[in-house]
Design a protein around this ligand. Structure first.
Ligand code: HEC
Ligand code: HEC
Length: 252
């Protein structure tokens, strides 16, 4: 039905807005814990057992439905999908956060807008990714002038960062190339979370710890993707997920 009468049209619009408001507000009214969850700090949630258990249920069912297929039911990850509960972060958190809120906000940004999410209109993309998605590229050095020899030397350099026994001459030869890696992996190789450059000094490997696997990443690059959830999950569920992951990572 198309309504042309201006007053009727205005009335209809107002009625629709009012109905939408009533529907939303009655949902809130049924669920006062939802609003508490949205507003409460991670510490406040942890101190309120009713709210904590409400949050855990919300997070666990969202994980089973949306995250388990990649991160595993217990979120410990597999292969190039990271463990979310080991307190080793690729994105955002760098260990200098003063409060739990700061860390939870970083986790929430990753969940809301994803990692290297490109599932949005071309015209709103920035640097190849959707607005606010975590974005950076591990370059494919095989296509950037590193020959086989340089790549092999760099494999030894990378392995030396985690204390492996490697050829010292290869490490020496690669050290003149290491400065190109520093902007994303840090001077000492411990990673740089604003750019998602993983820590290369620990024993956690997204793409594998063997010489061949490291060679392949150096030669071909890496562009791991985590979907954006801002248009799939509601705000309370996203908050629940972020706090839940933070709590688990801290062993709470
Ligand atoms: C299609 C597979 C896939 C699904 C589904 C998925 N993720 Fe991810 N997620 C990834 C990958 C791959 C990465 C690593 C991205 C990279 O290489 O930096 C990641 C990274 C993350 C990170 C950053 C970890 C860090 O160390 O900084 C968070 C947080 C995260 N995912 C949360 C979630 C949540 C919560 C869900 C469910 C709502 C989810 N992911 C669903 C694949 C997935
Ligand atoms: C512009 C940023 C950037 C630069 C420069 C860069 N990297 Fe990376 N590197 C990344 C990112 C991001 C990843 C993770 C890719 C992913 O998650 O898909 C990564 C992954 C890796 C990995 C795999 C780590 C793992 O856990 O499996 C190695 C090894 C590595 N880089 C070594 C290097 C070396 C050596 C250099 C210099 C020659 C270098 N990177 C330069 C961003 C960078």
């Amino acid at each position: 039905m198309i309504i042309h009468h201006p007053i009727l049209k205005g009335l209809l619009k107002k009625t629709l807005v009012l109905m939408a408001f009533l529907v939303t507000s009655s949902t809130w009214a049924q669920n006062p814990l939802t609003e508490s969850l949205l507003n409460a700090s991670p510490e406040t949630i942890r101190a309120n057992l009713e709210l904590l258990s409400y949050m855990n249920n919300l997070a666990e069912s969202a994980i089973a439905d949306n995250c388990a297929s990649c991160h595993g039911a217990d979120l410990t990850g597999a292969g190039a999908v990271p463990n979310l509960v080991d307190y080793e972060w690729i994105w955002g958190i760098d260990g200098f956060e003063m409060t739990a809120v700061e860390s939870v906000m970083e986790i929430m940004q990753t969940i809301l807008y994803g990692v290297r999410n490109t599932d949005c209109a071309e015209e709103i993309k920035m640097f190849g990714g959707c607005p606010d998605t975590r974005y950076s590229e591990m370059p494919a050095y095989g296509e950037l002038g590193f020959d086989e020899n340089a790549l092999n030397n760099m494999v030894d350099y990378v392995l030396s960062l985690s204390g492996e026994d490697v050829n010292p001459f290869a490490v020496e030869a690669a050290s003149s190339l290491w400065p190109v890696c520093v902007e994303c992996h840090g001077v000492d190789g411990t990673g740089y979370t604003p750019f998602g450059g993983p820590d290369l000094t620990d024993d956690i490997w997204l793409f594998g710890s063997s010489g061949q696997e490291i060679y392949d990443v150096l030669a071909n690059g890496g562009m791991g993707v985590c979907p954006a959830w801002s248009e799939v999950l509601d705000a309370a569920t996203i908050k629940a997920l972020a706090v839940y992951i933070y709590n688990k990572a801290n062993g709470y």
